[in-house]
Design a protein around this ligand. Sequence first.
Ligand code: GLN
Length: 438
Amino acid sequence: MSLNAFITETTIEGDDDGPLSDKTVAVKDNISTEGVRTTCGSAMLKSYVPPYDATVVEHLKEAGATIVGKANMDEFGMGGTTETSAYGPVKNPVDEAHVPGGSSGGSAAAVAAGEADLALGSDTGGSVRNPAAFCGVVGIKPTYGLVSRYGLVAYANSLEQIGPLGQTVEDAAALLDVIAGPDPSDATTRFDSGGGTGEESDGDSTHPGTEASYAAAADGDVEGTTVGVITDLLDGADDRVVETFEAALDDLRSQGAETVEVSLDSVEHAVQAYYVIAMSEASSNLARFDGVRYGTSGGYEGNWNDAFARAREEGFGEEVKRRILLGTYALSAGYHDKYYKKAQDARAWVKQDFDDAFERADVLATPTMPVLPPRLGESLDDPLQLYLMDANTVPVNLANLPAISVPAGEADGLPVGLQLIGPKFGEAAIVRAASAVE
Ligand code: GLN
């Protein structure tokens, strides 16, 4: 039985040689592919064919990769189980009664099932790490600005990055090597040697992705590494998840790592802050889907407001509508200070807390997801419960940091992921520590 990992199966050949010339790659369906339909998991874009490639797709082609399909996903990336896709849910290859996680569920399922060697996903609040954890594969959310977002259909652009998935840490890191780097088409990939503080820029040659080899960092050497365990994020987690997580930490200690406990007071506010910011940005980013500029038109010839409303009524699913409404509300004149501004304050606090934690530890560890993969159909009725599932992943996006999810073991036959978080542009450190977990 098909897992429904792909919305569109296709073959896009890359150049003849390159580091990925023997690899197949699944590309999440919110990443633009020239001449190949890109739906974002939405009926709104069911016949949208981009006229250009995303920068990461250009990099894949230059590296010789063969793209085998556009991977299924939650509609516009809004979800954590791949059940909000207009093209039907994806099954978890480890146990088909369960969800693969999301929103990059098709990408993770394709890799876990061997339908592609590698995959690209996008991670706004966990959407690469969550399905990597639930499907038992590796996923990396890069530091904001490491990878170009040009050609990624925006959900919440201040939070998201395109990230790689693979069967092993080294595979995922090798794909990161291919996609990382500055891009004149995405100003947020500009690297200032002053750490983005506005000091003089050395230009693109100092971009951390230009010289790095992340794959080479997967050497398993954690001797002398200090791993900070974020205790606040263990409290609400499922016991079976915590047990598997602790066993993986024991294993790291036996390889010479030291663990310390760290507490981040701000993280209890992270989910609220994330959803206010993500929905606010989404309400603006999704305004272009009006049936005229982008999206299916309702075929309606009344006045403009009616036509616009009809196209969006028909084209968007329930979760997307909920978020546009809530985001519009949070940004509205009377409530802006109460919600959006407060959320930005919380975001600054989360960043500060991480900075302080990295004074005491080289990398930070949490379970990637506080729960085991839910059964298909189990979680859709309760959006709040779904949002809370993102407690461990969203702080990383709020702080624009890099993080990796690596399989830590299984509980009740279902995969458990361990998340390692690094300081800004500390991808090599999290790749190294994750390769010791494998
Ligand atoms: N589950 C989160 C959300 O729905 C994360 C999604 C993502 O990273 N694209 O917003």
